[in-house]
Design a protein around this ligand. Structure first.
Ligand code: SAM
Length: 395
């Protein structure tokens, strides 16, 4: 059974005892709101950068060569954290800073702040480029279109023309708001697949391109070939024909077109701003026996970014574990995609978080996802042993 590790204590003491490498280090430190936002743990620091610097100093040693750091932070300390991370990881390794526009947290009279940041660093940005690493995320607008097309297909009971008409009626009022590249996907084929047609001609004359005459499936006569040949070579043409990705016209006088399925283009390189209501607290409150923890991170947001920047077998370190969101995310993702992600988390025993929130949450996760948590696996102290005993007894 897969095991995640929780160390109880100050991460300043525990980080030096850990061995890497980790593929992802997720940092969600206290934001230093100083009482502006009420938290269940100490969130007021005279010298926040002085608190963070010695902890961040461990990152380079613990990160894998292709490792990534994601740090959650708000407006107050964002620029300080950037400077600290530039110091330990190098400014050249800053990939970018993502703005998460959620719901407002305060009732200020001058500015209603609704966003947080996710600061992204690589251990070695240049190595990611050399390896040709690309990040993709599902496009919510494309997913909405795919859902609508599926509904149209069900409504039409296999009649392609009815499905297409039904889908276009859904699309019509959305044409002005959806991106232009997406609204071209307005055809549904005999299998219910949403697609658009594309120009099949090669942009310039290239010897490797196919000049093959395609036989029309109904008339049995050869169709016209684009002047500069097809976009693809003979082997790709064979593959596309076999996959049904060539669309023939009503007869052989029309040039066949390329079929582009939306499902193959439903992801994009992530954008640096996204909007999503904060749902973490509601989710946590829905787990039986879990006490209050203000502002846990959203499991859906973490899941999206964890899967964007790492693979299904990622080793993840969370030095500010809090209510344990990262462990639940890893377990849920493993259950969904068969991955083997493991999380090593460090939790400070303050404000009753461990007993009232972390232990019951992880118990729920173990039962739901059939993975386990070991407490204080490295350098276990008496407190870890006691927690492990209580955790096991309660289960
Ligand atoms: C912003 S919260 C993290 C929330 C967490 N990501 C979640 O979703 O529940 C910051 C957490 O860091 C913890 N913390 C503060 N100082 C710490 C330290 N020195 N070592 C370990 N954890 C610490 C706090 O107790 C708090 O739970």
């Amino acid at each position: 059974m897969r095991t995640h590790h929780v160390h109880v204590g100050d991460n300043l003491d525990i980080l030096p005892t850990l061995d890497g490498p980790f593929d992802l280090i997720y940092l969600d430190p206290p934001y230093n709101t100083g009482g502006r936002v009420v938290t269940g743990y100490n969130d007021r620091f005279e010298d926040w950068t002085g608190f963070m610097a010695p902890r961040l100093a461990h990152l380079p040693r613990l990160l894998a060569e292709h490792g990534i750091v994601i740090a959650s932070i708000d407006d107050r300390e964002c620029h300080h954290l950037r400077v600290l991370l530039d110091d330990v990881l190098g400014a050249r390794n800053h990939i970018g800073t993502v703005v998460w526009d959620g719901s407002t947290l305060n009732s200020s009279r001058l500015l209603s702040v609704s966003h947080d940041y996710l600061i992204l660093y690589a251990k070695n940005h240049a190595a990611l480029k050399t390896a040709g690493t690309t990040w993709r995320q599902p496009r919510p607008d494309a997913e909405a279109m795919l859902d609508a097309a599926a509904r149209s297909w069900r409504h039409a009971h296999g009649d392609r023309a009815v499905a297409q008409q039904h889908f276009r009626a859904w699309l019509a009022p959305r044409r002005s708001t959806l991106p232009r590249g997406l609204i071209e996907y307005d055809r549904i084929d005999d299998t219910g697949t949403l697609y658009r047609v594309g120009d099949p001609g090669a942009p310039s004359v290239q010897a490797s391109r196919s000049f093959r005459h395609l036989t029309h499936p109904t008339t049995g006569r050869p169709c016209p070939v684009p002047k500069r040949g097809w976009r693809m070579n003979d082997a790709s043409m064979d593959r596309m024909l076999a996959d049904g990705l060539i669309e023939f016209g009503p007869d052989h006088t029309t040039q066949p077109k390329l079929k582009r399925r939306l499902v193959d283009n439903a992801t994009a390189v992530p954008r640096s701003v996204f909007r999503q209501e904060r749902e973490g607290a509601r989710h946590l409150a829905g787990i039986d026996g879990v006490g209050e923890f203000p502002f846990p991170k959203d499991h859906t947001v973490l899941a999206r970014w964890f899967t964007t920047v790492t693979g299904p077998n990622a080793r993840i370190l969370d030095p500010f574990l809090g209510s344990g969101t990262s462990i639940e995310v890893a377990m849920a993702l493993n259950a969904a995609d068969g991955g083997t992600r493991t999380v090593t988390g460090i939790a400070l025993d303050e404000g009753g978080i461990i007993e009232n929130v972390l232990v019951p949450r992880l118990r729920y996760c173990e039962a739901t996802y059939r993975e386990q948590v070991s407490w204080g696996a490295v350098g276990a102290g008496p407190r870890d042993v006691e927690l492990r005993r209580r955790h096991t007894t309660a289960a």
